[in-house]
Ligand binder design. Sequence first.
Ligand code: BGC
Length: 255
Amino acid sequence: MTLQGKTAIVTGGNSGIGLSIVLELAKQGANIVIDYVVHPETAVALEQEVLALGDKAIHVQADVSKIADLQKLVDAAVATFGRLDIIVNNAGVETRTSVLDTTEEQYQRVLDINLKSAFFGTQIAAKQMVAQGGGGRIINITSVHEDWPMPGNTAYCLSKGGMRMLTRTAGLELAPHNILVTAVGPGAVATPINTSTMKDAVLLKKLDDAIPLGRMAKPEEIASVVAFLAGEGAAYLTATTIFADGGIMHSSPGL
Ligand code: BGC
């Protein structure tokens, strides 16, 4: 167990990739603050799973698009576990709307939940890490779409592109404190965000065919990369992204 005694916050921790990240970090021995907005029963059940692994966990309701709620998460980590070592800025939404039809409300929601939360999550976590000393890890869950356009999902792409530059810029700014800032860029993952694709056999086949590994990722296959980035083995990685995408960003029609 590589994260014994460390404390981690996982935003959006009670569903999708976040849920797998909570379990994987707990398996590595970390104490976890599980952030959630809806479905408290899932957060409670997950907390029980973590306790059963022999680790400590608390669930905290926080809307990460609000700075005060992000502060609440960090305060809860410090009050319960004494410090904060890792934050995973994972919470994210998408609207699957194009540049022609995205409304102001859709734009704002996606940018607030994905990018604003990661920016201020980084800021508030880093302030705590600087104050307590000893460095820390900030891990942003981006997407292949931090760099790779997804027509029909414009606001999402903007938010992930912003998270890409947040990772790089904050990584440089925080390096003197040994606070490492990295990102994981998943491709298509079998989680609720992709329900519409998974329900449509034709669309799913098209997607699987486009992925060199021939299938979507399981959330655990993203969580294991996050656990690596949180651990000692990643001590020299900062200001960069690891893409866990089954090769999709580099797929080629074979011309
Ligand atoms: C998006 C999914 C998309 C996948 C691969 C993810 O970041 O949330 O909607 O299927 O990227 O393109």
